[in-house]
Design a protein around this ligand. Sequence first.
Ligand code: CA
Length: 237
Amino acid sequence: MGNNKYKILIVEDEANIRSFIKANLEISDYQVMCAETCAQGIMMHASHRPDLIILDLGLPDRDGMSLIQAVRENDTVPIIVLSARSNERDKVEALDQGANDYITKPFGTEELLARIRAVIRSHRYNEGNENIPCGKFKVKDLLIDYDKRQVYLGKDEIELTQTEYNIMSFLSIHAGKVLTYSAIIHAVWGYSDYGSVKKLQVNMKNIRKKMGVTPGEKRYIINELGVGYRMLADDGQ
Ligand code: CA
């Protein structure tokens, strides 16, 4: 007991947020360690090798973004960024620097725990090094059969193009986690050019239409405006 617990490093300078997160993660049976500055966070990452990092971007010594860069030089550990900033550019920059997801303050315990589970799940899949998923994905009445490359809503098959299927498949593998436009474009087309985002949006619009989802409706896939898309996970987050 104890040493097989999932280790989470919290890097946050505000004491009350830090202890709020720590208390909630410990209740959920995670092992928690804390750092208050960017430099301390980098040191603790090197000496403790946590399984996940929760990182505040506004730290007293340096911007949290520099911790992401330092850690990514030698480690793929999942990083969830906490940000008081509602600025999309900061979120996109953090994701592009290698953060796995972000949460905007203020946030609730359930949201935090759901993000942690999604990031862990997605990281495990990547570590498995399997490019082609097998089996099935299910959330609510949506079912994706990876072996047959077919998508169903209830009993009805949704006729998707190859590209539309590839987008759905990629989002579902990382369900619960926000994926930036550039990450999706890279996974689906392998390259990006000036018109790529537009191309992705057109495909997404067609997917929604085929699934009977009206614009702005948060069913199956959530549009994170200015950032990317997130597919709902089985826990509804
Ligand atoms: Ca702060």
